[in-house]
Design a protein around this ligand. Sequence first.
Ligand SMILES: [Zn+2]
Length: 219
Amino acid sequence: MSILSNCEITCHCGEVFGAELWTAVSISENPELKDTINSGMFNIVECPKCKHLFYWEIFFIYQDISSELIAYVYPKDYEGQATQYRKKMLHEFGEIVKSTKEAQNINFEPVLFFGIEDLVATLKNEDFLNDEIQIVNFIAKRIGLELIEIKPSKARNLCIPYLIPKIKKSLDCNIKDIIAGLEKLLSYNENLLEYEKLLIRIKNNPNCLDEILMHKTKK
Ligand SMILES: [Zn+2]
């Protein structure tokens, strides 16, 4: 659910005024707020006295359930007490999941950010990644690659795309099929930087694949 709350703002000119600011953002309810955040227009206020426009930093929750992203965004200044805020977040989130019917299907952990910049960086990185994933989806059909799907929240933690190609249709995911899938994909389109990174990562450390495949979605 998206929530606007009444907040008391203090301008650098000394003026104190009230404004409605977002304290919860649900992307399924207000998809336009993602652009507002990315463009730096989120929670911007105007001082009625000196007309100064500025960002007023308050805690808010960002939720995009379809991308498995729930972010607790605290002010940048709180970063020194990260451990304490992580505990607080996990406790509050646990209570919400227990007490809200709609939240009971959520099977991923929230992430903690200090400052809106960290959220913006994550969203932009994800948009970039999703562009590549869309291309891969298209190419895979065309050249007959199978795609393994990783839970989006886990793929985000591991900094990898959530769709990984392999050459053969089989129930097991062996490393040779995945490396061959990535190589075939990259020989078809060499501009897929995130997939190139993934291939290098797997070749340098084949064990990392075990951790990745632990989070395969069951279809
Ligand atoms: Zn002012």
